[in-house]
Design a protein around this ligand. Structure first.
Ligand code: FES
Length: 355
């Protein structure tokens, strides 16, 4: 056991603040107990093998995560009690990668607890400015710690740890790779976001109740979050929320005289305007509407859109107008879309070409 102590400046000056002077009782030192691995070389070797097995096993789980990512159908689901129906790929990736990370952490802890030097250090408080000699002492301690950690001595551990850490980023690279590479025959992001569930004559229903909306349901200054009729069936059939996200809109009503411009001729209905609810910056849903100014504020990065002026960006990082949906009413007096959005909804990033 090594004990390190340093002398405080107050002691050097002869002004000792000993525990007795400060009114504290001196604390009897607790005897240090050696670990089994300190005295038994066989136990130390056993611990070394234990740690190395954890690092090696973590490599196996990282490889399994990559295999799972490449082979499991992304639409396959599995039933888990309490959670219900969840994506098989997500579950397997989460488990394999999570176990790999856990094993690296557990191996490191075991290594530190069983094999690294078990030193108790006593360091008295002192002024924050270090003496040059303290700096040298710290550097020497660092060097000694480096030697004593056994990084050079325990070759098996060192190699297995380096192997596990080398493989560790692979799943991240594989998964992130898919963010910018898509199969050649798949639609581009622009194509995907250019088409939503809105078609000519599709009724507008309120989000939450799914009841068709009439113009008289919306007072001047009001705002309603809405969706296309039949959204729940589509969502359940296709097992995805993308269709809902792309089609979600807000309806606002203002005095028709206050509408300065729109993205198309007569796209409002008696002062009721429909806009995408998804911010054109990075896609947050927006519903913070100031009825006096007709400004729509995104809570994520404060982009502000003027809904009385074609949804134009008047502040913030968004690069393009909020897409407007042309609307009218059907013969029964319910609000309907007259066509799909004229531009892709969602973040401006998706306007970029895939290549
Ligand atoms: S997502 Fe709306 S401002 Fe960034």
């Amino acid at each position: 056991m090594t004990e390190l102590t340093s002398t405080s400046p107050s002691q050097e000056d002869g002004h000792e603040n000993t525990p007795a002077k400060l009114g504290h009782s001196p604390v009897a030192p607790i005897p240090h107990r050696l670990r089994v691995t300190d005295t038994d070389p066989k136990a130390a070797r056993r611990a070394e093998r234990q740690v190395a097995s954890m690092f090696t096993l973590s490599m196996v789980f990282i490889i399994l995560a990559v295999i799972a990512y490449a082979t499991i159908d992304k639409f396959a689901t599995i039933y888990i009690p309490v959670l219900g129906e969840v994506g098989t790929s997500n579950v397997v990736l989460g488990l394999t990668f999570g176990i790999a990370v856990f094993l690296i952490g557990a191996g490191a802890i075991q290594w530190a607890k069983k094999l690294m030097p078990d030193v108790e250090v006593v360091q008295e408080r002192h002024d924050m400015v270090s003496e040059k000699s303290d700096d040298q002492l710290a550097a020497a301690q660092y060097e000694r710690g480096k030697d004593e950690s056994g990084f050079a001595r325990y070759k098996l551990i060192r190699r297995s740890l380096l192997g596990a850490l080398a493989l560790f980023p692979i799943p991240l690279v594989v998964v992130l790779r898919d963010l910018w590479i898509t199969p050649a025959d798949s639609p581009s992001p622009t194509e995907i976001l250019s088409e939503t569930l809105w078609t000519s004559g599709k009724r507008i229903v309120s989000d939450g109740t799914y009841v068709p909306v009439r113009p008289e349901d919306l007072p001047v200054g009001g705002l309603v979050s809405a969706l296309p009729e039949g959204i729940m069936e589509v969502q359940e059939e296709e097992h995805n929320m993308n269709a809902r996200g792309k089609a979600t809109i807000i309806l606002v009503r203002m005095d028709p005289d206050q509408i300065r411009s729109q993205q198309g001729e007569g796209w409002d209905y008696n002062g009721i305007l429909a806009y995408s609810k998804i911010c054109t910056h990075v896609g947050c849903p927006i519903a913070l509407y100031e009825q006096r100014t007709h400004h729509l504020l995104c809570p994520c990065h404060q982009s502000t859109f003027d809904l009385a002026d074609s949804g134009a960006v008047i502040f913030g990082p968004a690069a393009r107008n909020m897409p407007q949906l042309p609307i009218s009413v059907d013969e029964e007096g319910y609000l309907i879309a007259t066509q799909d959005f004229a531009q892709p909804v969602g973040p401006s990033f998706w306007e970029r070409d895939r290549t």
